[in-house]
Design a protein around this ligand. Sequence first.
Ligand code: PAZ
Length: 354
Amino acid sequence: FMFWVVMFVFILGLDVPSVIWAYWFYCFLHFLTFKEMDSATLHEEIHSFFESAPPLKDSAKITDKLNRFIHFDSPSSGKGRRVVCVTSGGTTVPLEQRCVRYIDNFSSGHRGAASTEYFIKAGYKVILLYRRGTCQPYCSSLPEDPLLECFELTDDSNFQVRQSHSEAVKGAIMNHHAAVAGGLLLKLPFTTIFEYLQMLRIIASSMKSLECHAMFYLAAAVSDFYVPWKSMAQHKIQSASGPLDMRLMQVPKMLSVLRTEWSPSAFCISFKLETDSKILLEKANMALKKYKMHSVVANELLTQKEEVTVVTENGNISVRRDKTRPGSEVEDPLVELLVKKHSTYINDAIAQDL
Ligand code: PAZ
C-alpha cells in the first residue's frame, strides 16, 4: 500500500501539505463509509433477529393494554404525564424449540422491583417488563414462599393470615392494588430473549408519542448470545450423540435503534454490570457514547446492592445506600437522582421547542 502511495505522490508531483490534506480526506471518506456499513449491518442483523424469532403470543392484546395504560388519565394524547419502562430480571436463551434446556443468568429482578416502587412514589406511571418468577414490587417483606408461609388453616376448609405476617401481607396487597387500580403500574412478563426484545420494541413504539416525558430504565440482564430460532434443534438435544458443539450468535445491540428509531425523544438509562472493577467504568463510558444513552448505571456484582456509579457526559456520580437507615436500598437515591435528571431533560426539551 505504501509503495502505491509513494508512486502516486511521485507521479502527481504533490507537495507535502497536499499529501497531508489528501490523507485526511481519505480518512474522512473511510470513516463515513464504515459508519454507513456498520449501521446497515446492524439493521440487517436486527431485521433478521425479529424475522426469525417465534412470533410473540398476544402481541395485539399487549399493544392494546399499553395504549389504554398510557392514555388512562389523559385520553387526548397521554403527553405530559411521565411514564417509565423499567426492565427487570434476566432473559433466557432456549437451546431447543420445544424447550427443555436454556441458558440463563443470575438476575433476581430485585433492582427492577424496588425501582418500580420508587418511581411510582415519585409520580411516574411504570411499565414493568419483568422476567416471570422474579422479584415483584411491594413483595420484598414477604417470605420466600408466601403462600405456604403466610397462611395457616383454621379448620378443614378455612385459612387465615398468620399474625406474624399480617402487616407484610396487608402492605403488599394494599400498595399493589393502589398502584394497579390507580393506573400507575402495568406489569408485562417475559421469559426468553425473543419475547423480551419483541416486547421492548412494542413498548417503545407505544411510548414514542410521550416524547421527552418517556423514560427507559433498562435494568434487565439481557443475553449477549443466542441460538437463532431457525437453526435451533426442534426436539430435545440427545446426549447419545456425544459432546455438544453449539455456535451462539451475538444478539444485535438494540439500544441504538431504541434511541434513534423506536422512541427517539425518550430519556434512556442503561445498566452495565461487570465482575472486574478495572474495566467497569471504561465499558460504561463506551456504552454511553456508542448507544447515545443519557446515563449508564455501572455496578459491580459484589457491591451492586451497596453502590452504583451513574456515568454521564458531564462526569460520574457515585450513589450509595444510606447505611444509617435500616432497610435502606441503593435504588432509593438512584431513582431520586435520575428523576431530577429527567426533569432537567424535559425542561431543556420544552425550552428548545419554544
Ligand atoms: O436483578 P438484580 O437486582 O439481581 O440485579 C440487577 C442487575 C445487576 C442485573 C442490574 O443492575 C444490571 O446491571 N443490569 C444490566 C446487566 C448487564 O447486561 O450488564
